[in-house]
Ligand binder design. Structure first.
Ligand SMILES: Cc1cc2nc3c(=O)[nH]c(=O)nc-3n(C[C@H](O)[C@H](O)[C@H](O)COP(=O)(O)OP(=O)(O)OC[C@H]3O[C@@H](n4cnc5c(N)ncnc54)[C@H](O)[C@@H]3O)c2cc1C
Length: 389
């Protein structure tokens, strides 16, 4: 069976590795002029690392990233609100979490695939069903036929729009800036080297995560209603976060403009339709998720693994797609919904709301938070190859 994957992001590339390992013929088409030229960092949690372990990639990922032993939440006055031990939370898989630059993760995935099956500079313009397959047409004039097509082309998926009908994005009402900075350029010893830290203020949040290679990834979110400047005017960020601990302004000041990017936070209400004919969706094209739980890419990784198992096991494509959607729908919908709500809860726009939030966060015992994480990180539900099943 030959499979065409549209989109060379974390979801598409992971699916390509998982399907190639099952003996399928796989080609990946990416619109960008090169694979892996992506900015910012990302945290990859135990549930996704357990997939990468089964694909033989976990050592390379761990080597390029930084181990995150704890997820810490503070408020902007420096009060500790919660600490989750990620080693204990991920113990069912034997992994904690990793902070890594997206380009390093892409590099590991691309290196695991044959170069000649990766096509950059190929923007999909149409996907046309034909008897027994699909014809893909690209903006460079190339056309290719496949038995099966996977739409892994992200939140604004053109495959989803063309074949499934579009659905509107849901705006979280928050804007996010992201940057990467060398630790040596910041010159502070109060920035955690083994933990992801998120700092909650009024209508704004700031997070910093070590990502290996002497680098720190940071993100900053602000309620859109409070933005009275051009989002590309990065010089304004230090004043927006001036009431946060000093390390925040140090991180912002040390980051060159070209290492900063920004985007509004969006997702979509979970859908029931994951496949049509011989085309199936994967990752942000079908379960886009706000970043509040750090699980969007992890869900794409899980979905890639489950889809490969279903295609390898089932007698026909329709049956494989039905099983895949049945295994993934509820879990991804739950993460999307919880993540959206968490974004609202974590970022109230009034001082009073922030006070209530901090009080509640301190009331919930760390052990309870850890047990909630434990369920999420316990591996890939429905995966019969999982060692713990
Ligand atoms: C601020 C922020 C922080 C986040 N942090 C985390 C985190 O810490 N942990 C985590 O697990 N998740 C995180 N996420 C979510 C994560 O980034 C996404 O869920 C993940 O990248 C989805 O991967 P994907 O491959 O499905 O889609 P994408 O990464 O969007 O990849 C889609 C690919 O398809 C290509 N493409 C699009 N259209 C076409 C076309 N017509 N033809 C060919 N190619 C096309 C695109 O160029 C792109 O390369 C975060 C998201 C944001 C916005």
């Amino acid at each position: 069976m030959n499979i065409g994957i549209v989109g060379g992001g974390i979801g598409g590339l992971t699916a390509a590795v998982a399907l190639s390992a099952k003996g399928f013929d796989v080609d990946v088409f990416e619109q960008a002029p090169a694979f892996g030229k992506v900015g910012a960092g990302i945290s990859i949690a135990a549930n996704a690392l357990s997939v990468y372990a089964r694909l033989g990639l976990v050592d390379a990922i761990v080597r390029r990233g930084a181990m995150l032993n704890r997820a810490i939440i503070e408020n902007h006055k420096g009060t500790l609100l919660s600490t989750v031990d990620l080693q204990r939370a991920g113990q069912a898989t034997g992994f904690c979490s990793i902070g890594i630059s997206r380009s390093a993760l892409h590099h590991v995935l691309v290196s695991a695939l044959p170069r000649e099956r990766l096509y950059c500079g190929h923007r999909l313009v149409s996907a046309s069903p034909m008897p027994g397959g699909i014809t893909l047409a690209f903006d460079n004039g190339e056309r290719r036929d496949f038995d099966v097509v996977i739409g892994a082309d992200g939140l604004h998926s053109s495959i989803r729009r063309e074949l499934f009908g579009d659905s509107p994005v849901r705006a979280a009402g928050q804007h996010c800036w992201r940057g990467i900075v060398k630790r040596s350029a910041v010159e502070r010893d109060d920035i955690a080297t083994d933990s992801g830290v998120e700092i909650w203020g009024v209508g704004r949040r700031f997070g910093h995560v070590p990502i290996g290679e002497d680098s720190i990834y940071w993100y900053a979110t602000l309620c859109e209603r409070a933005i009275d400047f051009e989002v590309s005017d990065f010089a304004r960020l230090p004043s927006v976060f001036s009431m946060f601990p000093d390390r925040v302004s140090s991180l912002l000041a040390a980051t060159p403009d070209e290492a900063i990017s920004s985007l509004p936070l969006l997702d979509k209400v979970p859908t029931r339709q994951w496949h049509v004919g011989r085309v199936v969706l994967l990752g942000d094209s079908v379960h886009p998720t706000t970043p509040n739980m750090g699980q969007g890419a992890c869900m794409a990784v899980e979905s890639a693994w489950v889809l490969a198992q279903c295609l390898a096991r089932a007698h026909d494509v329709e049956c494989a797609f039905t099983q895949y959607a049945a295994l993934r729908r509820a879990r991804t919908a739950s993460v999307t919904t919880r993540s959206f709500r968490l974004g609202r809860l974590a970022q109230p726009e009034t001082r009073f709301g922030a006070g209530v939030r901090d009080g509640l966060a301190r009331l919930i015992p760390d052990a309870l938070q850890e047990s909630m994480f434990r369920d999420l990180l316990a591996g890939v539900p429905g995966d019969e190859t999982s060692p713990d099943r």
